[in-house]
Write a protein of this length. Structure first.
Lengths: 439, 439
């Protein structure tokens, strides 16, 4: 077998055998297959797709390309949540302590922000001292002691995915469903999960803007996850505006801690609602609750009792962070004191929010990464004070931008103001959760 | 502009602008764009195609990626022939001396064999002492003194093509019409031609097996060649059996010298017929003859007078070879004395010859290259003694294999015997020249 024969077959829309896929993925892992051959295959997969059998074989080969974390000695069920990426999507920071407080182990392998989307690791690093580069032994110890641990993908975990992901980013082959599925499920499978809930974002701030593509992705993720032995469910959720109020690393952590402390601002409610819903599905899939209803009650319990906040506090301490952030978040998170107002350009109803544009704007002033090698400034961000469908008047403050460089903040405020479309009639209401995909 | 933005656009079937194409080709030439990004674009072009405008811009950018040979101080018109590649296709060895003997300058940049096809440079190197690696100054001197020169592509000539061709070979993106066109025309354009005839092979031994694909390629070559200022014509010619009798380097040179000496074996007639026809089109395009008929008469003249043979003799001497090969070719070419017979498996008519299989068989026993780094043994080859449509009886010798290793020769003879399909009725006759494409 030669790499170019596998490429030719996919180029010609023939189905690759599991052996051919394993041969290729092994070559990626060992470096025996050249980067230019990998990227040619990635483009052929992007344009010609993959059958369910190919997608399954690709996922399994990537899953087995490195170490598999084995937490079977920990007595609790293991569950995780994954999001396809959005703007202001900070639910991981709530879900992990909520679910862990209900007795489910959450070994969460997270990523960094790139382009218009944020990443959980960047958000966590806003907390002074917080370490996300844990060794496997440290990760296991935090998981066992606290109930959840959060870290980046190590070089040993699904190394074929790491290599292929970097090439996809450089060759515009990110948005291919079989490649997305294999990337997500291989990493989650290598993390030794029993159950997994996937938040598939849909809307103008999501990678999948069209509902039918997002739905196809959700079905592919669920079927492949289940075939890999992970009980998997996907929720299609709205990404036509930032989730909650805050966009930007410190600001998002602040919003989450306020929620766990019971100090939630009303605009942050969708963050809590979505976090509870995703968490409830995790508890059901992990078999610690029989129904979504009982799961939601239990989650409300650990939220109001302070057990979830306590879980967060213990995790922060275990991962080297300053847990006083849980008591006085605004005092211990790096923040900018004087924000710049974003004003409504005219009077009317907010009919559309260009969510990707907001994400890019915040990234461009340092709140995210335009390029993979960029440094992130945790203080930079945006807080939305108005939501889709709200009535506003011209000149009204619809949000604020945080950035130490005031001229950059002003530029960003103008870009964000332009990202809000104001019309004469309110838009049709968008549901936060559009669909639950079980198979 | 970023490489991945250009890739994305082609991936999404949008037309690339000339600026975007120049940016990408410049990046290929300078090495600023990574190989894995080049190959992703190549696969996207393979699968999504290119418009005429894109193909033109790609060709021009590649043509201008290196030095342009300038022979405008040589007073004669400059013309060349290019073949898309076949088995036993040795017409270049005849056309160059025939056309040069008629007063047209032939600066021929040729290639090496790979896979089932042979290459002119390998054939020439069968002649003891013959050098194909000429400096630009040497090439010009031979061209001026003899009327034609034959050499390989230097690093300075269309370097973007050299880089892209190597990547295409490794990523199964060779057979894309826009890439073939840009590769051929950019090299020929950089060689300073006035006129060019392209022999587009069609049939089971050609890269383009289907007539409609070959015809599309011919039209694309002609229109792009003309747009680049080279008067261009293409002939669609048959490649459903080896051209002439000989396949293999020394044997093909032997066949050509016999033809120029007037010692032609009857089975070699198609080589002469096709060479004369292609040469006649070159003379017409170069404006040294008004009609194909007068051009053919003139070519017959330089053949029977010995002027063409004399031209070959002078070229061989000028390029360091032993010109005695022109007087006693069998004595001065490296040959194997004892060939192994290929026998007909049954009685009947030869209804199909798997020409690609014959090419691969000869390459596999050393007569060509399975991999680009393989060494070629000039003595290895096959001589066909029967043609498509001929009646044969079981056990009759239909050809012979030459290889010093007799066990390899026997294996090859068995493979080649199996490549001849014998049926009960003669097949429909195939025309050697199927079509002349002028626009």
């Amino acid at each position: 077998m030669r790499p170019q024969d596998v490429i030719r077959k996919k180029r010609d829309r023939q189905e690759l055998s599991p052996d051919e896929i394993r041969y290729f993925v092994d070559g990626v892992t060992t470096g025996r297959i050249a980067d230019y051959q990998i990227s040619a295959l990635l483009m052929a997969v992007y344009l010609n797709g993959m059958t369910q059998a190919e997608q399954q074989a690709l996922t399994e080969a990537m899953l087995l390309s490195g170490n598999i974390l084995d937490f079977s000695d920990l007595p609790k069920p293991k569950a995780d949540k994954h999001s396809t990426g959005g703007v202001g999507d900070k639910t991981s920071l709530l879900i992990a302590p909520l679910v862990a407080a209900c007795g489910v182990c959450v070994p969460m392998i997270s990523g960094r922000g790139l382009g218009h989307t944020g990443g959980t690791l960047d958000k966590l690093e806003s907390i002074p001292g917080f370490r996300v580069n844990l060794s496997t032994a440290e990760f296991r110890k935090v998981l066992d002691d606290v109930g959840y641990a959060m870290a980046g993908q190590t070089a040993e975990l699904a190394p074929a995915d790491k290599k292929m992901y970097a090439l996809r980013d450089a060759t515009s082959t990110v948005e291919a469903i079989p490649l997305i599925v294999a990337s997500i499920i291989s990493k989650k499978g290598a993390a030794g999960l029993d159950a997994m809930v996937i938040d598939v974002k849909v809307g103008n701030g999501a990678f999948m803007r069209e509902a039918d593509r997002a739905e196809a992705l959700a079905h592919a993720l669920v079927s492949t996850g289940n075939s890999c032995g992970i009980r998997t469910r996907a929720l299609l959720t709205d990404m036509n505006q930032p989730l909650g109020r805050a966009v930007g690393n410190s600001l998002e952590v602040l919003e989450c801690i306020e929620i766990l402390r019971g100090d939630m601002k009303e605009g942050a409610r969708p963050v809590l609602d979505l976090s509870l819903e995703l968490s409830a599905h995790m508890l059901v899939l992990a078999n610690v609750e029989q129904s979504l209803k009982s799961a939601l009650q239990r989650l409300q319990g650990v939220l109001s009792s302070g057990d979830a906040l306590e879980c967060l506090r213990r995790n922060i301490t275990a991962q080297g962070g300053d847990a006083r952030v849980c008591d006085a978040p605004a005092d211990f998170l790096p923040l900018v004191s004087e924000p710049v107002k974003v004003e409504s350009a005219r009077s009317g109803f907010i009919t559309r929010v260009d969510t990707t544009e907001i994400g890019h704007t915040i990234a461009a002033i340092g709140g995210g990464r335009v390029r993979i090698e960029d440094q992130v400034d945790p203080t930079v961000g945006f807080v939305a004070e108005s939501k889709l469908g709200e009535q506003v008047i011209a000149g009204e403050t619809i949000g604020v931008v945080y950035c130490a460089d005031v001229s950059k903040a002003r530029e960003a405020a103008a870009r964000i103001s332009a990202a809000y479309e104001i019309g004469d009639a309110p838009p049709t209401t968008l549901e936060l959760i559009k669909e639950v995909v079980n198979e």
